[in-house]
Write a protein that binds this ligand. Structure first.
Ligand SMILES: [Ca+2]
Ligand SMILES: [Ca+2]
Length: 158
């Protein structure tokens, strides 16, 4: 299984950097973008944004199926990481998902089983999750009971 994942990542032109900040995990590239996972946990979207910003990056904005597939493969490479903050909120209009940074509509949505649930009417942020069928889940933007890592995106190649 692990070998299959490695092969998949290789075919997706995964490039690993040997020089990593202590707060980052490995990186991957797609076109002119670089993605990396935080090595810290945060319990709210604002902190996620601040973390990515400190690297000149932003919370990953999934806009194409190709981007989604790559990032999902990247996450699967680290089975211990079940959840990752990604960009997107529907706080202004229920189930109309836009990026927090730009206000642009989220270009690609792939919900995991039973989602979006908008549980308690307050799930207005997005995570990429390996739970159930894997995909996206709407979750609370402030979630002290369950801190998670962050998927950041940067407009630069490695
Ligand atoms: Ca919602
Ligand atoms: Ca949900």
């Amino acid at each position: 299984m692990k070998m299959l994942l490695i092969l998949l990542l290789l075919t997706l032109n995964v490039v690993y950097s040997s020089i990593l900040d202590a707060r980052q995990l490995d990186r991957i590239s797609l076109g002119s973008k670089t993605y990396f996972i935080s090595n810290i946990l945060v319990d709210n979207f604002q902190a996620a944004q601040q973390f990515c910003n400190s690297f000149g990056a932003y919370v990953a904005e999934v806009d194409t199926e190709r981007e989604f597939q790559l990032l999902q493969a990247f996450q699967r490479y680290y089975p211990a990481i079940q959840s990752l903050y990604i960009s997107g909120t529907d706080c202004a209009s229920e189930n109309r998902w836009v990026h927090q940074r730009t206000g642009a509509q989220v270009g690609f949505l792939r919900w995991t089983t039973g989602q979006p649930s908008n549980t308690w009417g307050i799930e207005n942020c997005l995570e990429l999750t390996l739970a159930y069928a894997t995909g996206m889940n709407d979750m609370k933007c402030v979630y002290p009971e369950r801190p998670i890592k962050i998927l950041c995106e940067k407009d630069a190649s490695i």
